[in-house]
Design a protein around this ligand. Structure first.
Ligand code: ASP
Length: 462
């Protein structure tokens, strides 16, 4: 049985269609029952009259969110019933057959609003219902489109999509690790990746030259509007490039993606600010270049920020040096000598580039250290002993001894990019199943306890 997406009925006057979907709204007008039938593609009005007795009697039972199959004929609406506010507003469906596929209890909250008014815990407990609302359907569909377009762009440019492990050793990105106990190695733990940083660099050593991944990243940090335990990145890495090459390619990708989604970019090529300029001009390294008018028109104001200090002082009591962005970065070529000698540490600039859009940091990357002595110098400045460096990053130092090509890359947080596109203030509005602000999962009850048997197997005592 051929299924017709509901939105297509607008072009099918006079045709018979087979629709599947949910009862969006039911309205009774005297003897006539109007049902707005909804599927992912849209909503159409079905008009039940007592003349078709069997179908009418069944329709009488229908309630919101019941699931039905409906065979019907598409008719043009009478002139005075035309509703230009919805895409199918010039047609209505005359029912021929109705089958109830499933009934539904009354949802715990309205799903025909934008949902902002509902308590977060309740929304996320019933996320599968929350996701039915129009706003979230749109957000999740747009997210899929965004990823699709980025993938198409990268494949066209000769990138390979390569997955990297989730169970792994720590990769520092300035956050805490989520850890997973190993049953086969009692007392030992995997870390979930804060990013695929080290693996993507190893893929460059392996000779793949152009890598990307739609990569899940895990960071155990205090949750905020634009931070979750999990996020997804468009993560890429390229061999034989300089800073300007990665920035140019990335800019081409973002431009191609958002423009084919119909967005307007304020300034092309994207303006570039040094970190110092940004701080002098805007008081921060993230800033919003839009005018009030731009904001109204949904314009996207991208800008690059470069020339960040490589290191900053740790908060007391530690008081040593730590990295500002990415310990695997290369210092600017003119400061490499300082880096390796550990001199003028406060003045060493990194090859890091951040992309900001409408006040949010939506991407960042760098050219990487590709020689052992460069990477070693970074960790030495941060106070790691030779032993610690060897233990934690010996595998990278070793890999770099086997002909590592110069390389660099970037990653874009998909959620933050979507937030700028959609004007959403919270990460959870663009993720299907986000965590609650108290760090618990949507729908399922996690984190949870382990059984005694599991604890025994893992040799863990609580
Ligand atoms: N690994 C970096 C991050 O996750 C991105 C990059 O430098 O490519 O922020």
């Amino acid at each position: 049985m051929q299924r017709t997406p509901i939105d297509e009925t607008k072009n099918l006057v006079g045709k018979e269609v087979n629709l599947f979907g949910w009862v969006n709204v039911r309205r009774d007008h005297g003897k006539i029952i109007f049902i707005d039938l909804r599927d992912r593609s849209g909503v159409a009005q079905v008009v039940f009259t007592p003349s078709n007795k069997d179908v009418y009697e069944l329709a009488n039972k229908l309630r919101s969110e019941w699931v039905v199959r409906l065979k019907g004929k598409v008719n043009a609406r009478p002139e005075k019933m035309v509703n230009l506010e919805i895409p199918t507003g010039k047609v209505e469906i005359e029912p021929l057959e109705l089958e109830i596929l499933n009934e539904a209890e009354t949802p715990p909250f309205p799903i025909d609003t934008d949902g902002q008014e509902i308590d977060e815990e309740v929304r996320l407990k019933y996320r599968y219902l929350d996701l039915r609302r129009e706003r979230l359907q749109k957000n999740i569909i747009l997210r899929s489109k965004f990823v699709d377009l980025a993938r198409q762009f990268l494949f066209k440019k000769g990138f390979l999509e390569i997955e990297t492990p989730i169970l792994s050793a720590p990769t520092p990105e300035g956050s805490r690790d989520f850890v997973v106990p190993s049953r086969l190695n009692p007392g030992k733990f995997f870390a979930l990746p804060q990013s695929p940083q080290q693996y993507k660099q190893l893929l460059m050593v392996a000779g793949f030259e152009k890598y990307f991944q739609i990569a899940r990243c895990f960071r155990d940090e205090d949750l905020r509007a634009d931070r979750g335990f999990e996020h997804t990145q468009i993560d890429l890495e390229i061999s034989f490039v300089e800073q300007k090459d990665v920035m140019a390619l990335d800019e081409e990708m973002i431009t191609a993606v958002v423009e084919s989604m119909g967005y307007k970019i304020k300034q092309k090529p994207f303006p570039v600010f040094t970190c110092q300029e940004a701080i002098t001009k805007f008081g921060a390294d993230k800033f919003d270049l839009r005018t009030e008018e731009d904001k109204k028109n949904g314009v996207l104001a991208y800008a690059w920020v470069i020339d960040f200090p490589f290191f900053e002082k740790e908060a007391p009591p530690a008081g040593g040096w730590t990295f500002t962005h990415n310990p695997f970065s290369m210092a600017k070529p003119e400061h490499l000598d300082w880096l390796v000698k550990g001199e003028n540490i406060d003045q060493i600039l990194t090859t890091q580039y951040d992309l900001v859009c409408n006040g949010i940091e939506i991407g960042g990357g760098s050219i990487r250290a590709h020689k052992p002595e460069m990477l070693e110098a970074v960790f030495r400045i941060m106070g790691y002993s030779k032993n610690d460096i060897q233990k934690q990053f010996g595998h990278m130092l070793e890999a770099f001894k086997f002909g590592a090509p110069p390389h660099g890359g970037i990653a874009h947080g998909i959620e933050r990019n979507l937030m700028t596109l959609l004007g959403e203030d919270y990460l959870r509005e663009v993720q299907a199943f986000p965590q609650t602000s108290s760090g618990r999962t949507s729908v399922m009850d996690a984190p949870g306890e382990l059984s005694d048997k599991q604890l025994q197997e893992l040799k863990i005592k609580i």
